[in-house]
Design a protein around this ligand. Structure first.
Ligand code: AP5
Length: 260
């Protein structure tokens, strides 16, 4: 059984496809002080982009729950994995609604080993509800690991809509582009895989509005959860991707004794 092609520099197969799919490229050998972060923020805030930039800086593995769901239909043995619960979840995602906590938690628990990856991690899009945040806290405790910080990217709604509506992805390696802000070298073609770029099904107007509403509905509770634990770091992210990364690194350095 062969796995779908991935960009080997960014392999995180165990997260995307579950623990039976071992990562073919592990964390950088020199990582001895892994960073463990959670990224929060509205859809299109730049969480995936920042997770990729933090991976470049620290070798931290980007762990996106949206990516797990998007990978499910292409997974080896997808027919067996397409349970009624998973099909309902994918429909909810297409509409821009949150997937039920139970399914999301089952998927993350299956991948719990990724939380003690020796390269560290950046969780992107999880947790999204208080129930998920409480469950993550238990999972981390069980793995005897601690979060360094929870970063909330703050971006005005009009910027979010422009970012999401111009987003394009490579269907093979998952590389992220933007029609205006990060265009590929050749129009509509992935720089890395040379295949045609696609637009996510939930990047259309109606679904974008639903995603923003879902985020706004749940955000207050989850931000309060991490504020209570003194883990929350709010960062302005309406500048360029590199400015966002630098704001995050500055904010993390300011709140910790070890430099980021
Ligand atoms: P998910 O995949 O997590 O999507 P999201 O959180 O809505 O975030 P996005 O991926 O849309 O945006 P992003 O913040 O990563 O921004 P990006 O870097 O791509 O979730 C999708 C769906 O799955 C959910 O709606 C839900 O249904 C379900 N789901 C997932 N997790 C769940 C959970 N835990 N519980 C329940 N349901 C769950 O950037 C956007 C664009 O802007 C890109 O084109 C990028 O190139 C560009 N860009 C980024 N930064 C900048 C910048 N600084 N300047 C200019 N352009 C930029």
């Amino acid at each position: 059984m062969s796995l779908p092609a991935v960009n080997l520099d960014q392999d995180h197969s165990a997260w995307l496809y579950g623990p039976e799919a071992l990562c073919r490229v592990g964390p950088r050998p020199q990582v001895n002080d892994p960073r463990r972060l959670v990224l929060l923020g509205p859809p299109g805030a730049g969480k995936g982009t920042l997770a990729a930039n933090l991976q470049e800086a620290f070798g931290t593995c980007p762990l996106s729950t949206g990516d797990i769901l998007r990978a499910a239909p292409t997974q080896p043995g997808a027919a067996q994995i397409q349970t009624p619960a998973m099909r309902a979840a994918l429909d909810a995602m297409r509409r821009g609604e949150l997937v039920p906590d139970k399914l999301m938690l089952d998927l993350v628990r299956e991948r719990i080993g990724c939380l003690r990856c020796r390269g560290g991690f950046v969780l992107d899009g999880f947790p999204r509800t208080r129930t998920q945040a409480e469950a993550l806290e238990e999972m981390l405790h069980a793995q005897d690991v601690q979060l360094d910080a929870v970063i909330c990217l703050e971006v005005p709604t009009e910027v979010v809509v422009e970012r999401v509506s111009g987003r394009r992805n490579c269907p093979v390696c998952g590389a992220l582009y933007h029609l205006k802000f990060r265009p590929p070298r050749h129009r509509g073609i992935c720089d890395l895989c040379q295949v045609g770029l696609v637009q996510r099904e939930d990047d259309r107007d109606e679904a974008i509005r639903a995603q923003i509403a879902a985020y706004e509905h749940a955000a207050g509770e989850i931000l309060a959860f991490y504020e209570e634990r003194r883990l929350l770091v709010r960062v302005r992210a309406d500048g360029t991707p590199l400015e966002a990364r630098d704001h995050v690194l500055d904010a993390l350095t300011a709140r910790t004794v070890r430099p980021f």
